[in-house]
Design a protein around this ligand. Structure first.
Ligand code: SF4
Length: 268
């Protein structure tokens, strides 16, 4: 049967979650509570019900409400069956599978079982993680992940705690551990206006990352996709008045980081 876990989505033919064409598995559960999260339905580990408003007439704006359960329990065998359907695409594009969320490390046994099964089948694995997990959990997956997409939000610990609900001490420690173990790491930084797009924050990223062995930095400009999920989950959207960063601002940030000797790519 394999391990059981809770996922809330499987995305096929993904091209922004690692190299080539990929299947992305979205795990439920995340210990953090980032103000800008565009997957707030991932935070609780248990399945939860949301209420969607469906517009039935564009002229009268009539609509009805539909309840939907987010999250379902699955076995690792069931997930592998879905993953294996697209082997031909992975082989042709040097793609594979990406585990994302939520935070995949919040279901460690389920994740390890999937990573081991993928390794046996020769499927390339990418882990999209915030690194918010114990060192022990992290060490358990070393050698099973082909590529880490490691999300860094803010370097200043007090600010990090304020905007994500968690300290970043463990996160930064885990990042150094992975780099020392020789793991392949791409750092992903969400660029959030008024939170981490000021010169001081960017310089802090630059100074830190220039001392760690990473492949490159990817900048993820803040966007408004997913905003409608907040009222559906009865959650307050603390970023509703924040606008997307301009292309010019992103270019300035990219150049600032490049001055630290980092390779930087902008993801749209
Ligand atoms: S770590 Fe990722 S999934 Fe978790 S709250 Fe932050 S943005 Fe959302």
């Amino acid at each position: 049967m394999g391990q059981k876990g809770i996922i809330f989505d499987i995305k096929k033919y993904a091209v922004h979650d690692g190299p080539g064409i990929r299947t992305t598995i979205f795990f439920k559960g995340c210990p953090m509570d980032c103000w800008w999260c565009h997957n707030p339905e991932s935070h609780k580990i248990e399945p939860e019900t949301i209420t969607r408003k469906i517009v039935t007439s564009s002229s009268t704006k009539a609509c009805h409400e539909r309840k939907e359960v987010i999250g379902r329990e699955v076995t690792t065998e069931e997930v592998m069956k879905e993953i294996e359907k697209d082997m031909v695409f992975y082989e042709e594009s040097d793609g594979g599978v990406t585990f994302s969320g939520g935070e995949p490390l919040s279901q460690p046994e389920f994740l390890i079982d999937l990573l081991q099964k993928c390794k046996k089948r020769g499927i390339h694995t990418t882990l999209d993680t915030s690194g918010c997990a114990s060192k022990k959990e992290l060490l358990n997956i070393v050698g099973l992940v082909d590529l880490f997409l490691y999300d860094l939000k803010i370097v200043d610990d007090e600010k990090h705690l304020h905007y994500t609900g968690e300290s970043n001490k463990q996160i930064l420690g885990n990042l150094k551990t992975l780099a020392e173990k020789g793991e392949k790491i791409i750092i992903r930084i969400p660029i959030i206006p008024t939170v981490n797009d000021d010169q001081e924050s960017i310089d802090q990223f630059g100074k830190l990352l220039s001392t760690i062995d990473i492949l490159r930095v990817e900048l993820l400009p803040f966007h408004k996709i997913g905003e409608e999920k907040y009222p559906q989950l009865n959650k307050v959207n603390r970023m509703k008045d924040i606008q997307k960063p301009t292309k010019e601002n992103i270019e300035v940030i990219k150049e600032s980081l490049e001055k630290f000797g980092l390779k930087v790519k902008v993801e749209e």
